[in-house]
Design a protein around this ligand. Structure first.
Ligand code: FAD
Length: 505
């Protein structure tokens, strides 16, 4: 007889991982299947903001903005290693939105959502402030406001790790291929996307957190409802060599009323994006178009004295937003709020997640748990609000102290690598740095501070299977690695996996 889970989650993006964590912590038995790597869908292609969404005020999305503003500080306290406060510089000038409108929006933004840690909005004289140095002279005034920045892919993995630590079973490279109603609720077929092996499990309830694939899961696997519920909207980013050397980000407006960001990224780079355009096709194939590249280069060059050209681009990425289809005419006007819909009957319920943002994933999980309780009964109470994610059990203000403790314990780590490790793992760094006194003690060195100790940890604790998992999701070292270095890492991981498999037999 196959195991009967209380809750089976399909999709290992932020919403699936967040739901699995919440449900496992309440005492439900939980399984999660992710067909590729965790965070390989939309959740690693975001702008990386934990934000209220200043722009959504223009679309009167007050519920969403208020909830998201409150969540900024909740999440910051839960994960002060992978989330950090950031100041955003919003230059204004006559041709764009009037200063009074921006000031009003920022006043609401400052006061709507229980801000305690993040500093309030100020005005900046760009003639004297360092943020003005790289901007064209016509921008003389700006507002400066607060939001946070997150390592999106790691937010997903840390939620999955905590779910596992609380008893959930996480199956990566495992696709849900069919779900049929049964005596227990649902009979599910899962297929390994590595070996093709199929296995059966049962669950009382399914959570469909398939992101852009949510409709596909509903129709192809569960055969529930053929209507199109999501509007797929592509957003692309370019990454260029660092355009400025201060720690603030920019919020730029375009003459077409769209907005985009230029954000300090991975120490040596600037992340510029995003775009918004309707998408048709397989979400895994989303790629930046020539038009999007021109749009972002031209837009940023309207502001920076030193123009952004195609030659500056070191990396691009695109993701597909699974927005709830509210019938909005323009892609950028479609709601960013989430909708949860329970289908099926009381004995075989499937709860579908449409839309949502990284910022609101924890609240989405709580709202979804209320529907789980309706269907299969209550277990524990809500618990995630004050609970640190793995490695993040220190105070927000203690980040520098943590960094300096790591520096004293491991003086051989260069400043950039030390910062990278603390930003990624927080207090969990010690688990693979151990008693090391030098790089030699950490095994093979693949480049840019990545050692076999770290890779082994990622493989045994964080479900990393390939070099892409390590270089593009558990870290962003892929931007720096050469082809040769990536191949060496891939070979190492393949051999290490074989050894692990042999040991498990
Ligand atoms: P996904 O991350 O796509 O996860 C769904 C998962 O389901 C995928 O990993 C997929 O492989 C898996 N799956 C699908 N079918 C199956 C199956 N049959 N079996 C098993 N697994 C399956 N939000 C913010 O808060 N801040 C931002 O700055 C921000 N910027 C954004 C910028 C862009 C360009 C985009 C596209 C989105 C942005 N968002 C932002 C929104 C946010 O990224 C998404 O709302 C969120 O990542 C969606 O997560 P998800 O878990 O629903 O979907």
């Amino acid at each position: 007889m196959s195991k009967v889970y209380d809750v089976f989650v399909v999709g290992g993006g932020i919403n699936g991982s967040g739901v699995a964590r919440d449900a496992a912590g309440r005492g439900y038995s939980v399984g999660l299947a992710e067909m590729n790597d965790l965070a390989s869908g939309t959740s690693s292609w975001s702008t990386k903001l934990i934000h209220g969404g200043l722009r959504y005020l223009e679309h009167y999305e007050f519920r969403l903005v208020r909830e998201a503003l409150f969540e900024r500080e909740v999440l910051l306290k839960m994960a002060p290693h992978i989330i950090r406060p950031m100041r955003f510089v919003l230059p204004h000038h006559k041709g764009l939105r009037p200063a009074w409108l921006l000031r009003l929006g920022l006043f609401i933004y400052d006061h709507l959502g229980g801000r305690k840690i993040l500093p309030a909005t100020t005005t900046l004289d760009l003639a004297s402030d360092p943020a003005g140095r790289v901007l064209k002279k016509q921008f003389s005034k700006a507002f400066e406001y607060s939001d946070c920045i997150v390592n999106d892919a790691r937010l997903v993995v840390l939620n999955a790790m905590d779910a596992r630590d609380k008893g959930a079973e996480i199956f990566t490279r495992t696709k849900l291929i069919s779900a049929r109603k049964s005596r227990d609720g649902w009979a599910l077929q899962l297929q390994s996307t590595e070996t093709g092996t199929v296995r059966d499990v049962s669950a009382k309830l399914i959570v469909n957190a398939g992101g852009p694939w949510v409709d596909e899961i509903l129709t192809a696997a569960a055969g529930e409802n053929r209507a199109a519920n999501v509007r797929l909207v592509q957003g692309s980013h370019i990454v260029v060599r660092r355009k400025f050397d201060h720690p603030k980000a920019y919020f730029f407006q375009n003459s077409d009323e769209r907005i985009f960001f230029a954000i300090p990224y991975e120490q040596d780079y600037t992340l510029i994006g995003t775009t918004d355009r309707d998408f048709d096709g397989d979400p895994s194939d989303a790629k930046i178009s020539e038009d999007e590249i021109s749009y972002l280069c031209d837009g940023a060059s309207q502001y920076f004295t030193d123009p952004v050209t195609r030659d500056d681009i070191v990396w691009t990425f695109s993701g597909v937003r699974p927005l709830y289809d509210d019938g909005a005419s323009k892609a950028q006007e479609a709601t960013r709020d989430y909708v949860l819909r329970a289908d099926g009957n009381k004995d075989s319920r499937i709860i579908n997640v449409f839309g949502g943002k990284l910022t609101t994933y924890r609240r989405l999980a709580e709202a979804l748990m209320a529907k789980v309780e309706d269907a299969i009964g209550t277990r524990g109470a809500p618990w995630t609000k004050d609970s640190a994610l793995p490695g993040g059990d220190f105070e927000v203000g203690d980040y520098d102290a943590v960094l300096s403790r790591i520096s004293s314990a491991y003086p051989f780590l260069e400043a950039t690598n030390r910062e990278r490790l603390v930003r990624a793992y927080g207090l969990k760094c010690h688990e693979f740095l151990g008693e090391a006194k030098s790089y030699q003690d950490l095994g093979e060195h693949f480049g840019h501070g990545l050692t076999s100790s770290e890779v082994n940890y990622l493989m045994s604790e964080e479900w990393a299977r390939t070099s892409a998992d390590v270089l593009w999701r558990r870290s962003k070292l892929g931007i720096r690695f050469t082809q040769e270095q990536s191949e060496r890492l891939e070979k190492y991981m393949r051999e290490h996996k074989q050894l692990q498999n042999l040991a498990a037999e």
